[in-house]
Ligand binder design. Structure first.
Ligand SMILES: Cc1ncc(COP(=O)(O)O)c(C=O)c1O
Length: 446
């Protein structure tokens, strides 16, 4: 089915219902589905021509039915189940939208810098917005066991908590290099009852194949994805869930952008540029997609800017083509910006952006010229993180520091142009469990 024309959706259905919380704000009662707003249909997934088992059939078998339906839905709005809405409120939604005035003063810029504080959620990142929804759907479908992957560990942490809340067992394949860097987070995940396997591991056929080749002992989000899928394939009582890339995850994350829209409207502010870091595209998509109808409106000057890691430069240097999301090719082929599944990602402290490909939705935005992108070196982003800590008192996650770095550059450009701009940044997570990365990059003694 062809997606609806953007203008139809915009004219009739763009205003969204909100629910007043017992705290001080409003949260949306529906998720925003970007699929009917995209300027072209999302490219279909494909089978590789290797004569092997159907990768699409594997996905159908191991994933939750509810989220597969969401991935195909062209409904512009999807109701947030009451239980999830209640939980969103309990974890502190709406998250604050604060102004980084000390940073503005330090940069001596005419720009206003607003920060959407997803770092304030209990597990330390935006990931709970989708993990709670997916654990809820698993529970509703009678599924008692979930397996997933995690890069930085923020998704694994959020899944372990959400599963515990809904009485579900969780198994988490965690990019090995990142799990070793973050022993405190790993301890929290295990305290929550999550079973952690640093990946590549000997637990799955995919992990054993990677280890036997001896090429990638560091692991990455891709190796962990391959192992989680391989595990789900071999354990029929498990379902596999993921934390980025796919449309249903961007859908759940749309609460970030919807709240931001509402909060800016209440302040009488209009954004000039929205900035987020990009790994699998879920905080960026969740934050920016609800603004897409505005971005597409004739004469719009609103800009979307993605900040990626220079060590995994998919949007700035990758190719827009079909690829697997894992190195062994257990996933179907999907179209996104990719560096190639054999790309050897260097060891960094930015586990959440350390992957060879990305989200097809974000790819369409980039391909259509709707999303600008910039890439930053690890040391530079940790320096921005330290600056942000000194000025605002907040320890940002290494991934989020990429977005902050881009915001600093935008604010300095506004100063040169002498233009009063409104910059809005998604602070996707807290870095309080990432201090090893700060210490290693800034040569600070711990
Ligand atoms: C704090 C934080 N921000 C951003 C990301 C990147 O993910 P995505 O691009 O899906 O938002 C991660 C991924 O683990 C993360 O932990």
């Amino acid at each position: 089915m062809e997606p609806k024309m953007t203008s139809q959706v915009m004219d009739q259905e763009y205003s969204f219902p909100t629910v007043r919380t017992q705290g001080s704000g409003w949260i949306p009662s529906r998720w925003f589905n970007v699929l009917p707003h995209l300027p072209e249909p999302l490219p279909e997934v494909r089978e590789p021509a290797d004569g092997g088992e159907s990768r699409i059939e594997i996905q159908k078998r191991i994933r939750l039915a509810s989220v597969q339906a969401q991935d195909r839905s062209l409904e512009p709005w999807i109701d947030i189940p009451a239980k999830v809405l209640e939980k969103y409120e309990e974890i502190g939604r709406p998250t604050a939208l604060t102004r980084a005035r000390s940073l503005e003063r330090y940069l001596d810029t005419p720009a206003s810098i607003f920060i959407k504080r997803e770092d304030l959620l209990p597990t330390g990142s935006f990931k709970l917005n989708s993990s709670l929804a997916q654990a809820y759907f698993a529970h509703a479908e009678g599924v008692g066991r979930l397996v997933t992957e995690t890069g930085a560990g923020q998704w694994g942490h959020a899944v372990a908590y959400s599963c515990r809340f809904f009485g579900i067992e969780s198994v988490i394949f965690w990019a090995g290099v990142s799990e070793r860097q973050k022993q405190s987070r790993s301890l929290i995940v295990r305290m929550l009852g999550g079973v952690v396997h640093p990946s590549p591991s000997r637990e799955t056929a995919v992990g054993r194949a990677i280890l036997e080749k001896g090429e990638d002992s560091l692991g990455s989000l891709g190796t962990a994805i391959g192992e989680a899928i391989s595990f789900a394939k071999d354990h029929s009582d498990f379902r596999y869930i993921s934390g980025s890339n796919l449309p249903h995850i961007l859908l759940h994350q749309s609460v970030i952008g919807l709240e931001t829209k509402h909060q800016l409207e209440e302040l009488g502010e209009k954004p000039d540029v929205l900035i987020a870091c990009v790994g699998g595209g879920s905080n960026l998509g969740g934050f920016m997609n609800p603004f897409l109808p505005e971005r597409l409106a004739p004469g719009s000057t609103l800009r979307f800017l993605a900040a990626e890691a220079a060590s995994a430069p998919r949007l700035t240097q990758g190719a827009w083509r079909y690829d697997h999301a894992d190195p062994e090719g257990i996933t179907p082929l999907s179209k996104s910006y990719t560096l190639g599944r054999d790309y050897l990602l260097p060891e960094t402290h930015v586990g959440g952006l350390r992957q060879h490909n990305g989200s097809p939705v974000i790819g369409v935005l980039r391909q259509r010229g709707l999303l600008e992108a910039c890439a930053y070196a690890e040391k530079d982003v940790f320096e921005t993180g330290r600056l942000f800590l000194r000025l605002e008192g907040i320890v940002a996650a290494p991934e989020s520091c990429h977005a902050l770095r881009a915001a600093v550059d935008e604010a300095l450009a506004a100063k040169q142009r002498r233009k009063k701009e409104t910059i809005v940044v998604c602070l996707s997570g807290s870095g309080l469990l990432d201090l090893g990365g700060y210490a290693a990059n800034l040569q600070v003694k711990t």
